[in-house]
Design a protein around this ligand. Sequence first.
Ligand code: URA
Length: 278
Amino acid sequence: MFKSAKEPVTPEGLQYHIHLKPGDIPRYVLLPGDPGRVPLIASFWDQSRLVAEHRGFVTYAGIYKGVALAATSTGIGGPSTAIVVEELLRVGADTFIRVGTTGALQDYIRLGDLIISTAAVRMDGTSKSYADPEYPAVASYDVLLALVEAAESLGVRYHVGITASSDSFYVGQGRPGFRGYLPQKWKGVEHRLRELNVLNFEMEASTLFTLSNIYGARAGAVCAAIANRVTDEFDPQAGIVDLVRVANEAVKILYEWDKLRELRGKKYLSVRLISGST
Ligand code: URA
């Protein structure tokens, strides 16, 4: 028996879904949707070990270029992402980077390019359980900047802008459902978002950003364009290795900036702080 239904923790002190306890992971956590991507992320680390695997939520912890980090799979969509974020916060994480795949909505975005989100259109249901629709789903500016810096330093093609997060891979993203079913509401949604200069469709960023802002945690998102909805191309492997390299490198950069902030007694990151003139 668990002690509480309100705060479900196993008798061993593990969070109900992710099976982690305080001390199992450091503050920086990478969040791919796919559990299979967790060992791929960890394969770039100097040390890594499987910490937990429960209900499709896989966690590795380890060291990348001297920085302690972890990776946990969120599964697909807002509901499971919110569970993972809720439980990771309870065991001590405070900085998250979504490491996902996405469908590009602009014709100039090539398959394999990375998209770094500044914010997410909240077309999901889960974030609505947490905040009114007016509440913005925005990335943390320091995580966003670390992702840009990582992509620059690795020479990877990337774009920065607004993402749309949907609860639905098919009709909610304007793809015909079974037997062509497509409610009027979603017909041409990809074109309407493109006109609004939205870069891409995915399914988790809005939930991650909303929860992270509410709880005072930091979050960013980088996704590989495996689809382009304008050119109608799809390659599930496009950009995956670049994606993983950039996400890992961003953690190292963020760690260095965090150390600098601490050293200089600064609460916020600024260009002057990074460039060493303050
Ligand atoms: N993930 C999505 O949510 N949509 C796509 O088109 C590709 C990946």
